[in-house]
Ligand binder design. Structure first.
Ligand code: G6P
Length: 616
């Protein structure tokens, strides 16, 4: 949420910053800005809207400089406009700052700063930081790095920030708490990013800042890091490591959008998420990352799954997988709700946090609560080295590769793949699954990538269905059992990228209210694949047809009954019931995608959303 890029070195900073912003735009895209150190002053440009608009505005203007900071914003405090866009600059123009995160005590600090005579140009919490640092410098007569450290110890909330200042034009100051920040180096060239995307083109030698770290980058000198929580402010040894990201992974590879590319990458994402976790004889599943905590998981009284958005839907699928296969009760919680309840957590509970980015603020807060209560805390995430990966006791990565499209697709199927492997591995050790069922499920799981490919071949057919759905103001998605989360995910995909109002329900629930919405204008998308409750779903479909609703169905290849009742029908290959979400979610992603394209929506950057929600 919001993107930061900064540079100091021997090259021209502007192209590095603007290209970096383009790579970070998926994190926020309502306004953008750049500040460059030019001789003895800071030159700043800001624009409401996309990075392209900022770049156009800057073309023909003075963009010299070999040090600079840049930001793309997802508004939290104050609407998207130029005043609220970052960087924010000190009243005398001597210092510019960019910030991700939220300063929670900004109102009380602001009041105090106004009393001191500071004036505010924006409605943001960030501007408080600028004036606070200046106020400390005035009162304490300290150098800027010290003033930054003092200011940050007065601040509550989260931040990743980068500062440029005229008192030393050859220096960048960066800091982190709660929001990620990494520094890459190539000789004496330094690159700063809120993730690896703007950096990887130049270097893979990076250091991830830890909470409380303040880094001072000086031209031609080694990086210096201190931590505000260390009373003595002793120098830390920066631990550089390899950035696990490649440039090709960040490109569109011939597709019109990242989302379409990512939908089509799913067979590979599922294979990569299984790789090395099923042995050659295909009879042992093991996840190296959780081995140490496997016994705790096997003895768990209960699994508590916490997540947000699409990852929460993967959690709902996992509820079926774990309860059916491992026979341990599962609770699936919205992380945002869980963190503010007073949840009952015991030491023999296992909390599993699922997150694509590994940076979702609510999910991270839920992890802290789990740890505080002594539960075993396991993470499942896609971004290597993310905060979730570092804050959990153990975990498994999904190997889906970078997901750039704001609407999650391949991360979901990769999460469900890893959760299936986890459930299989535990079930076998716990003895809650027969040998033959275990082997059968491993074989079934291995066949999933091919089945997804077969669904992807139906893109043109799904495009035709999209022509119909795109004309409707509403849509309803229904499913039962393990396909109920698929219905929720289908509805989420449609609403978030096409702005058509969509709801997902368990098929049997609609008679308790939602069926009142059904009329000739309501497309009802039903997942009616072969499953225990198939006949029940057929009855639910009949109830909808009796109210003149239009059925669009997702069925198992060869189905006749539901097909006959449907205006449009998508056939998917026969799949073991528990694994159906891995295949059935794919046509719904394609449907949402094409509806959004027909409605001329910006698929990769839907309005008001951001990829990585690192604020509450
Ligand atoms: C945002 C994204 C969703 C994602 C959710 C949770 O809302 O737009 O696609 O599902 O955050 O993100 P996470 O990174 O924790 O999976």
């Amino acid at each position: 949420m919001c993107g930061i890029v900064a540079y100091l070195g021997n090259r021209d900073a502007y192209p590095i910053l603007i290209e970096g912003l383009r790579k970070l735009e998926y994190r926020g895209y309502d306004s953008a800005g750049v500040a460059l150190m030019q001789d003895d002053h800071i030159q700043m440009y800001k624009k409401k809207g996309r990075v392209d608009e900022l770049d156009q505005y800057c073309s023909g203007r003075d963009t010299r400089g070999t040090a600079g900071i840049a930001h793309t914003r997802w508004a939290t405090h104050g609407e998207p406009n130029e005043e609220n866009a970052h960087p924010h600059i000190a009243e005398d123009g001597s210092m510019a700052l960019i910030h991700n995160g939220i300063i929670e005590n900004y109102l009380s600090l602001k009041k105090q700063l106004i009393q001191e005579g500071f004036t505010f140009k924006s409605e943001t919490d960030t501007e408080v930081l600028v004036h606070l640092i200046k106020s400390i410098q005035k009162k304490e007569d300290v150098a800027l790095p010290e003033a930054v450290m003092m200011a940050l110890s007065m601040v509550e909330g989260t931040y990743a920030l980068a500062i440029l200042s005229v008192d030393d034009p050859d220096r960048l100051i960066v800091a982190k708490k709660g929001s990620p920040l990494l520094i890459g180096r190539d000789g004496h060239d330094y690159f700063v990013g809120s993730d690896g995307a703007p950096i990887v083109e130049y270097t893979q030698d990076v250091v991830y800042l830890e909470d409380g770290d303040v880094g001072v980058i000086k031209r031609g000198k080694a990086l210096k890091i201190r931590n505000i929580n260390d009373e003595k402010h002793l120098l830390k040894r920066p631990s550089f490591q390899k950035l696990e990201l490649s440039l090709e992974q960040l490109e569109k590879g011939g597709f019109d959008t990242y989302m379409l590319k990512e939908i089509f990458e799913q067979p590979k994402a599922v294979i990569d998420s299984m790789r090395g976790r099923i042995n050659l004889k295909k009879d042992v599943v093991s996840l190296g990352g959780i081995i140490e905590y496997e016994q705790k998981m096997l003895n768990a009284r209960r699994f508590i799954i916490v997540a947000c958005g699409t990852s929460w839907h993967a959690g709902l699928v996992a509820e079926h997988l774990f309860e059916t296969l491992v026979r341990i009760p599962v609770e699936v919680e919205y992380a945002s709700e869980f963190r503010y309840r007073d949840p009952i957590i015991r030491e023999d509970d296992v909390l599993i946090a699922i997150s694509q980015s590994g940076e979702t603020a609510d999910t991270l807060a839920a992890v802290e609560i789990g740890k505080k209560h002594g539960a075993t805390v396991i993470g499942i995430c896609n971004v290597v080295g993310s905060t979730l990966a570092r804050e959990t006791m153990a975990g498994s990565y999904t190997h889906a590769g970078p997901e750039i499209g704001v609407a999650s697709t391949k991360a979901f199927t990769a999460q469900v793949t890893v959760l299936t492997l986890m459930a299989l591995s535990l079930a076998e050790k716990k003895g809650t699954i027969s040998k033959s069922q275990y082997h059968q499920l491993i074989n079934d799981l291995e066949s999933i990538p091919n089945k997804i490919s077969q669904v992807l071949e139906q893109e043109q057919h799904i495009q035709r269905i999209a022509q119909y759905v795109a004309t409707k103001p509403n849509a309803m998605f229904l499913g039962r059992g393990v396909n109920f989360p698929v219905a929720l995910e289908g509805a989420l995909k449609l609403k978030e990228i096409s702005y058509i109002h969509a709801e997902g329900y368990p098929a049997a629930e609609i008679k308790h209210g939602p069926i009142a919405l059904v009329d000739t204008n309501m497309p009802v998308i039903v997942i009616a694949t072969e499953q225990k409750t198939y006949d029940k779903v057929v009855s639910n479909i009949q109830e909808i047809i009796a109210r003149k609703g239009t059925i669009i169905s997702v069925v198992t290849e060869g189905d006749t009954a539901v097909k006959k009742m449907s205006k449009f029908c998508i056939e998917i290959p026969k799949t073991e019931e528990l694994l159906t979400p891995l295949v059935a979610s794919v046509p719904l992603q394609l449907l949402a995608y094409h509806v959004a394209v027909i409605r001329d929506c910006d698929v990769d950057k839907p309005r008001n959303l951001a990829k990585s929600v690192s604020v509450e």
